[in-house]
Design a protein around this ligand. Structure first.
Ligand code: SF4
Length: 395
């Protein structure tokens, strides 16, 4: 590539395409939505600013430095953005500080409740009219929020509702973190069946490919895991970052040294089949993906989750389970955990869920080969809330 071409591709005016700089050429191309366009940037939020930027902004408002710490306590410690709650603030400055530091980035459009009030899926509208979704799931010992990191997704997996949309744009750290703050507040206020509780786990498995929006996702991960008043204090070990196999992203994450869990959506044990199910495989094939995933395990000693959506007659047969076991065992024991997920079929699609007997056989073969595997819970199936189904349809 000429240096001029390179400059164009990496210029700040070039939208991040969802993979890596220069990801618009080669065997794989992002699928862009028809809305894909520069739509301007979301308003800058407290969590998008560095400490120095916060202090400078406070100064503009005539506020001394220690007020920034008070705001951080309100946001991360109490999940508050409401000026009325800032009772430690001069009354004359509350409204202004709230509107400058905490602009409303996500607005609730609809909320669907399932599983006796323990699963809540929220459709959000962003500043530019885009829609995203998040799903809060309460279990007896934990509460997990599945969040979105991009509007749509550019990876084009044909069985996935989000993939059908294409990529509209990356979300800002503020837009990502606001999903977390609101859910933490809902838990605190007892809005989820079971009474007041604490948000304990975050999974980046909603709309989008997190590695395609690496900078904002990493900033969000740091602010989710830091202790208040620097973050929400949810342990990094309880955060899962998923990827369809964007190898440079996995490598970068490995170097960060943050003990988040890595989840790789493999969905097929061979390149031949994966090329069809996950177009990104043409850029980073199964060997490259598994090598990077195993290196992640070596560096962090966190077991890697291998996500595998079971599709009837396509990737759910005995031969697929045997090959998957062989490929994982090639790297050694106990470094990966397979999560076969019964596919939630999308309307009008040829991809359907496996038969229960095929699911069972798939698991049995993995177990017999010494692989840890559990059929993943598909909470929220009745509200299209399971992974791969977050298509942000306004109903
Ligand atoms: S399965 Fe994941 S990576 Fe593939 S299109 Fe859907 S959201 Fe994107």
């Amino acid at each position: 590539m000429s240096s001029e071409a390179k400059k164009v591709m990496t210029s700040p005016e070039t939208p991040e395409t969802g993979i890596t700089e220069g990801g618009t050429e080669g065997a794989f191309r992002d699928v862009l939505s028809k809305d894909h366009a520069r739509r301007g940037k979301p308003p800058v939020h407290f969590v998008d600013m560095s400490e120095d930027e916060r202090i400078a902004k406070a100064k503009e408002l005539g506020l001394p430095k220690f007020r920034v710490k008070q705001l951080a306590n309100h946001y991360y410690g109490h999940f508050d953005v409401n000026a009325a709650a800032f009772t430690d603030f001069p009354a004359s400055k509350r409204d202004e500080a709230a509107s400058v530091f905490f602009p409303e980035l996500i607005t609730e459009v609809t909320r669907q409740v399932a599983d006796k009030g323990t699963t809540i899926k929220t459709l959000w509208r962003l500043f530019d009219g885009s829609h995203i979704e998040s799903v809060l799931m309460r279990y007896p010992t934990r509460s997990t929020l599945c969040i979105s990191s991009q509007v749509g997704c550019g990876m084009g997996c044909p069985f996935c509702a989000t993939g059908q949309l294409g990529l509209t744009r990356n979300m800002s750290a503020g837009e990502i973190l606001e999903q977390v703050r609101v859910a933490a507040r809902m838990m605190q206020d007892g809005e989820v069946a079971g009474g007041p509780g604490r948000l304990s786990n975050i999974v980046f498995m909603g709309m989008g490919e997190p590695m395609g929006n690496y900078r904002s996702v990493l900033s969000a991960v740091r602010q989710i895991s830091a202790l208040p008043p620097q973050g929400f204090g949810i342990s990094a070990r309880n955060i899962t970052v998923s990827t369809v196999g964007v190898v440079p992203g996995i490598r970068k994450l490995t170097e960060e040294g943050i003990p988040v869990r890595l989840a790789v959506s493999l969905h097929a044990p061979s390149d031949e089949l994966r090329d069809e199910l996950v177009p990104m495989n043409k850029r980073f094939n199964t060997t490259a993906v598994l090598d990077a995933a195993h290196d992640y395990w070596l560096a962090t000693k966190r077991r890697v989750s291998i996500e595998y959506a079971l599709m009837r007659g396509i990737n759910d047969q005995a031969e697929h389970a045997r090959l998957l076991a062989k490929r994982l065992n090639h790297y050694g024991d106990d470094w990966a955990h397979v999560n076969p997920i019964p596919l939630n079929p999308i309307e009008g699609s040829k991809w359907t869920a496996s038969k229960p007997e095929d699911e069972k056989r798939f698991l049995d073969i993995l177990h017999a080969a010494g692989i840890t595997a559990t059929l993943r819970d598909t909470r929220g199936q009745d509200i299209d809330g399971a992974c791969g189904q977050l298509a942000a349809k306004e109903r």
